[in-house]
Write a protein that binds this ligand. Structure first.
Ligand SMILES: CC(C)(COP(=O)(O)OP(=O)(O)OC[C@H]1O[C@@H](n2cnc3c(N)ncnc32)[C@H](O)[C@@H]1OP(=O)(O)O)[C@@H](O)C(=O)NCCC(=O)NCCS
Length: 189
């Protein structure tokens, strides 16, 4: 599978306010079966409505699906996934280890997904997110996603509503600038 990833760089910092220039290294690779133990463990710790291992294996064999893993210091710290069908990308998953948050890993995983989506011909992207998930909603809004609908009681585990969000033009200058920004040591201070 041909893929395109954002640039990853190598400085160290921590905390919610970590600047793009000080963002620690994040190395990207396409998800493989060898990563599944770590990903299932991450899913368990992060989500109440989790992907099953069988579903993830199905995803690995789905030509419309793309899953990216992010590693820092050789350890998986997050992953994300999407389906790309015609000119639309549907983000299916995005998660960062609780202890690794605030280091722009989530942001860079989202960039990886949106860059890959554009590379494969998507012009728009959509997702569902828990209505009360403020960090995720803020992240998606930062990248141009806007809420267009509410799916009532979307989450089976607790009946929370989902916001349906869309970004309608992945190639508009505002989104393109965000997707092309540089993180880490090579970014302008
Ligand atoms: C959402 C999530 C992926 C963000 O990952 P992260 O690595 O901590 O986020 P980043 O450091 O890349 O932050 C990037 C942006 O996200 C938003 N954000 C992240 N954490 C936030 C917080 N605690 N409060 C408000 N906004 C936050 C901000 O817009 C931030 O940009 P800014 O600092 O310039 O304002 C992470 O919190 C997570 O895994 N949550 C649990 C799983 C989940 O909710 N996934 C989404 C399912 S749809």
């Amino acid at each position: 599978m041909t893929t395109v990833f954002p640039k990853d760089e190598d400085t160290r910092d921590s905390g919610r306010t970590c600047s793009p220039t000080a963002a620690p290294e994040l190395a990207f690779s396409a998800l493989t079966e060898a990563d599944l133990d770590a990903i299932m463990d991450l899913e368990k710790r992060v989500f109440t409505d989790q992907w099953t291992r069988e579903a993830m294996i199905t995803e690995l064999n789905n030509p419309c699906a793309f899953y990216v893993v992010g590693r820092s210091d050789g350890r998986i710290v997050g992953y994300g996934g999407e389906w790309i069908i015609m000119d639309e990308a549907h983000i299916t998953s995005l998660a960062v280890e609780p202890e690794a948050r605030g280091k722009r890993f989530g942001e860079r995983l989202l960039i990886a997904l949106l860059q890959e989506a554009r590379y494969r011909g998507a012009r728009r992207a959509t997702l569902e997110v828990r209505i009360g998930n403020k960090p995720a909603v803020a992240l998606y809004e930062k990248y141009g996603f806007r809420s267009v609908a509410i799916r009532k009681k979307y989450y089976q585990s607790d009946g929370e509503d989902a916001l349906v969000m869309w970004v309608n033009d992945l190639f508009c200058p505002e989104v393109s600038d965000l997707l092309n920004q540089t993180f880490g040591a090579e970014a302008a201070p």
